[in-house]
Every structure is written in structure tokens, then in C-alpha cells.
Design a protein around this ligand. Structure first.
Ligand SMILES: Cc1ncc(C[n+]2csc(CCOP(=O)(O)OP(=O)(O)O)c2C)c(N)n1
Ligand code: SF4
Length: 251
């Protein structure tokens, strides 16, 4: 009998600490599958975030260097410049990338650093108990916006793919989701494409993944997975925002 399904070699046989229904565990698996498929495990380096995925290095069987909160793109830049033969990727939540790390993220994209960013957008600070993130949607209740996010006080959700797509250096940008099987497969394809862009030396690649956080959304896992297509995609449009060659500037 042939085996049709097994644990990716790059995913360690360690129970994941994430809440039931959390997107992080699905995304970890997809990354591991892609690393196996591209046969890059021996030269992959992960830069994990502060946030719920801080322990990503316990699950992905690749080398890893932890960065301070938000500094992942800067650390990845140094690693990649020092070891261009390595495949360097960050894994960051919206608090990590779009709040404290927004400057590093914008400048790494603008310099077109040849790194890959896996950006997990769950519209909230997960690890620290559900505070407002830059991506919290208008009207969304969090512990710091108990009456819902009010744009007069807190501004608008930051749309990272749309924003970075203004930069010539941002080579590949795609927003996907992991709320159902079809979109999980689409996310896998996007992650593979992002690594391929780096392997081809084409520049900065980022995949933004809409990801359920049932715990801080105060929804069941099933409700949280429905919340993504029913609510989140109204703010965060899915799709490819940049492909290699799109941003060329002529002089
Ligand atoms: C300099 C600094 N400030 C604040 C914190 C506290 N902190 C840890 S995780 C986090 C938010 C993480 O949210 P997000 O990046 O959205 O990831 P999630 O937990 O939702 O996956 C914060 C504020 C910290 N670790 N370091
Ligand atoms: S708090 Fe949210 S993001 Fe963190 S592990 Fe739980 S479901 Fe996932």
C-alpha cells in the first residue's frame, strides 16, 4: 500500500501549543511542506517573532535565530547579506510586523532584501491577551477597544500588501487565508512562490495570511473560520498584489 499522507520532514513531532482552531499551526505545516518540496531544509533559516508563534523554532526543523519584537526583517537582512546561499525567512504576526516592526518591514521591502516574510494577520495581539493591533477592523471589539475600533481615536486598519505594493522594491506580495481547504492550498502555493522568488534572487517576497484567532475573537473554532470569509476579507482583499517585474522604475 502506498503512503499518501504523512508528517512533513521539516515539521518536528512535537505537540503544538496553539489554541484549537488557530491558524498558526496550519501555516507552520504549510511552510514545512514547502521546505521539504523545495529541498531547502539544510539552508533555511527562520527568524521567529514575539507573539504566539515565538516558539516556532520548536516545531520547524530548520536553523532559527530569534529577533527582538518587530526586528525580524532587520535580523533577516543581516543573515541573508552574510549568507546569500541560505534561504532566510521571517514569521511574524500583525503586532510584530505592522506595529512595532513597521519601520523595519517597510525599509526591508524598499531595499528589496532577498528575504521571505510570512506575515500572519489575525487582526489582534494574540499572545498578550487580545489588544487592538494595527490590523484590528473598524468596529472590532478588543480589550483596548471594548466598544469597537473607532477610526477617530485609533485610525484605520493598516493594509500591508496594499501599502508595500507602492514600493518598487517589494517584488512579490500576496494575501491569502487559511479558513478552508481551498484557501489553505492557495496559501501553500503562495508560500512556495515566495520562496522561489528568493531562490531566484529576485528580491523581497511577502505572503500575508489571514488567520483565525478563536480565543481572542471570543468565537468557537468553527465560527472563527467562518468569520474570515464573512468579515475579514471585506477589509483585507485576497489576491496577488505584486509579481516580479511589476515595480521596475525607469530613469
Ligand atoms: C519590546 C516589546 N514590547 C512588547 C512586547 C509584548 N508582546 C509580546 S507579543 C506581543 C503582541 C503580539 O501580537 P502579534 O504580533 O499580532 O502576534 P500573535 O500573538 O497575534 O500571533 C506583544 C505586544 C514584547 N515582547 N517586546
Ligand atoms: S491566542 Fe489566538 S493567535 Fe494565539 S495561539 Fe490562541 S488562537 Fe492562536
Amino acid at each position: 500500500m502506498s503512503k499518501v499522507f504523512s508528517r512533513p520532514e521539516s515539521l518536528l513531532d512535537t505537540p503544538l501549543h496553539y489554541c484549537p482552531g488557530c491558524g498558526h499551526s496550519i501555516i507552520h505545516r504549510l511552510i514545512a511542506e514547502v521546505i521539504d518540496e523545495l529541498q531547502i531544509r539544510e539552508r533555511a533559516i527562520l527568524v521567529p517573532p514575539a507573539g504566539c508563534a515565538v516558539l516556532a523554532y520548536n516545531y520547524l526543523d530548520v536553523d532559527a535565530i530569534e529577533a527582538a519584537h518587530g526586528r525580524a526583517s532587520a535580523v533577516a537582512t543581516g543573515l541573508k547579506r552574510l549568507r546569500p546561499d541560505c534561504v532566510v525567512f521571517t514569521y511574524q504576526g500583525d503586532g510584530d510586523l505592522a506595529a512595532i516592526g513597521i519601520a523595519e518591514s517597510i525599509h526591508a521591502a524598499n531595499r528589496s532584501e532577498k528575504i521571505t516574510v510570512i506575515y500572519v494577520n489575525n487582526a489582534v495581539y494574540g499572545m498578550t491577551g487580545g489588544q487592538m493591533a494595527p490590523t484590528t477592523m473598524i468596529g472590532q471589539k478588543t480589550t483596548t477597544t471594548p466598544f469597537g475600533r473607532d477610526v477617530d481615536q485609533a485610525g484605520y486598519p493598516i493594509l500591508i500588501c496594499e501599502m508595500l505594493s507602492q514600493l518598487p522594491g517589494a517584488t512579490y506580495l500576496e494575501r491569502t487565508s487559511v479558513h478552508d481547504a481551498k484557501h489553505i492550498l492557495r496559501t501553500r502555493k503562495a508560500i512556495k512562490r515566495a520562496f522561489e522568488v528568493q531562490l531566484a534572487g529576485q528580491g523581497f517576497s511577502l505572503v500575508e495570511v489571514l488567520s483565525p484567532c478563536p480565543t481572542n475573537w471570543h468565537l468557537t473554532p468553527a465560527e472563527a473560520h467562518r468569520h474570515v470569509p464573512e468579515q475579514m476579507v471585506k477589509t483585507f482583499r485576497l489576491g496577488v498584489f505584486r509579481e516580479p517585474g511589476d515595480g521596475r522604475v525607469s530613469c
